[in-house]
Design a protein around this ligand. Structure first.
Ligand code: PHE
Length: 451
């Protein structure tokens, strides 16, 4: 059976950007910027992206493009060792777990979008009122579980239509819309009175010191936002033809992803500050603070719809990319038909995602280390499993497979100007072989309290 593939380099760019741009850009980025010193954090983040995130992104897509296999087969093919094959499987499992809890979060977004369409998100008079409204929604298992099911239904529809006819087409429709909505929100935010305070909040450094925690948060953000460490980019790379230039396929993705993060922060903070509200972090930003803001500004009803539509688009294209490695694995390894694999994976994600969907109601008493099930799994994935997955990818490319073989493969399809550029080669080799693994290691040691 013929494997799926993108129709062109552009197909990859759209799909990878769709994967990268997600809840981490629109929801998480604005508040981590706010909570970690504004512009200074943005700088640290860009630094992590350049030295760790982007090199791992290149390494993962290269692993996929070279082998044209899903992560488990790909890791095995490049190393010839079963252990590495197992590591590849581990990244697929991480992707699967991410897709389970991500769907439970996306379910809230979908639910809020429906509320916004009914005009219910712009009539609040106090924070208490919206908190009550929010609690009553997420307190209902029918609401959280139902939207989780609805969201998986939409993902299923995309995934079963194939790599090109489903994922690529969905991203080509949704991503331009996402940019359009985002730009509309930024323009609206900037035109509101008092919006400048919001811009300053994001871009004006408060001259706090750079702390190790800032690095930890920035690195985690860079990993999660580029969908690294969990088989997604390996799989998406495996659908890319060897003729294509990998560097210029990946660069626009990282740039677009960064741009969306920055613009989202501007949109959120300008709109919030103009209403005189200092946004806080976490769950309440999206589901409580913003609806209060929408209730205060002119045209809040439409803004609410646009905003939740934006987040929904972002979550959808990311979720399908988190589910795809599992599907690719079943198709590659067991030669299953894509329709069968997509059905099984969707059903499994739905079932395994239920405990997270119920973490705010039926299972709200289940707590560990002060976190509910959803928070706990998100923490384990983003702080442990994903960095390990990224670490494995660069060690595989830089050491086990070997950087010179990797560079030879990487050069394939690369424009002659880039092949002969010492800058690109040095960046590729040094970051993948030394800097990225060392910095991830350092952050881990720090988290363990060794450094
Ligand atoms: N990159 C997505 C985001 O920013 C999250 C994601 C992680 C998607 C892993 C797919 C796989 O929200």
């Amino acid at each position: 059976m013929k494997r799926g593939s993108w129709s062109s380099k552009l197909g990859f760019i759209f799909a990878a950007a769709g994967s990268a741009v997600g809840l981490a850009n629109i929801w998480r980025f604005p508040y981590v910027v706010g909570a970690n010193g504004g512009a200074l954090f943005v700088l640290v983040y860009l630094f992590c992206l350049f030295l760790i995130g982007f090199p791992i992104f290149l390494a993962e897509t290269l692993i996929g493009r070279t082998t044209q296999k899903s992560p488990s087969g790909a890791f095995y093919a490049l190393s010839g060792s079963n252990i590495w094959g197992f590591f590849g499987k581990m990244t697929i499992i991480t992707g699967f777990i991410v897709s389970c809890f991500y769907s439970a979060m996306a379910a809230w977004i979908l639910g809020y979008l429906i509320e916004a369409l009914q005009g219910k998100l712009a009539n609040f008079s106090s924070a208490g009122e919206i908190a009550h409204f929010h609690d009553s929604l997420i307190g209902s298992p029918l609401w959280t579980g139902g939207f989780h099911l609805f969201f998986q239904g939409i993902c299923f529809f995309v995934l079963i239509s194939g790599v090109r006819g489903g994922i690529e087409r969905c991203n080509k429709i949704v991503m331009p819309l996402l940019y359009l909505v985002l730009i509309t929100l930024v323009v609206q935010g900037l035109s509101l009175p008092g919006s400048w305070e919001g811009v300053k909040f994001v871009f004006e450094p408060d001259f706090a010191e750079v702390t190790p925690l800032m690095f930890l948060v920035a690195m985690g953000q860079a990993f999660f936002t580029l969908s690294l460490g969990q088989g997604t980019m390996v799989t998406y790379g495996s659908y890319l033809s060897k003729k294509e230039d990998l560097f210029t396929s990946c660069l626009p993705v990282a740039l677009m992803d960064t741009l969306v993060s920055l613009l989202s922060a501007v949109a959120v903070f300008t709109i919030a500050f103009s209403a005189g509200i200092e946004p806080d972090g976490g769950e309440s930003l999206l589901f409580q603070t913003l609806p209060l803001v929408f209730s205060k500004i002119a045209g809040g009803h439409l803004t609410a719809v646009l905003f939740f539509l934006l987040v929904f688009f972002a979550a959808l294209t990311s979720e399908i990319s988190a589910m795809e490695p599992s599907i690719a694995y079943l198709v590659d390894r067991f030669k299953w038909r894509r329709s069968v694999a997509a059905t099984l994976v969707t059903a499994a994600v739905f079932l395994c995602g239920l405990p997270f969907a119920f973490s705010s109601n039926i299972l709200s008493d289940a707590h560990l280390w002060g976190m509910n099930l959803l928070e706990l799994i998100a923490f384990i994935c983003s702080s442990i499993l994903i960095p390990i997955g990224g670490f494995l990818a660069v060690v595989l490319v830089g050491w086990k497979w070997g950087i010179s073989k990797a560079w030879t493969q990487f050069s394939e399809g690369l424009s002659p100007r880039l092949v002969s550029s010492p800058l690109v080669k040095t960046y590729f080799s040094i970051c993948i072989r030394w800097i990225a693994p060392a910095l991830i290691g350092l952050v881990f040691l720090n988290a363990l309290g060794v450094v």
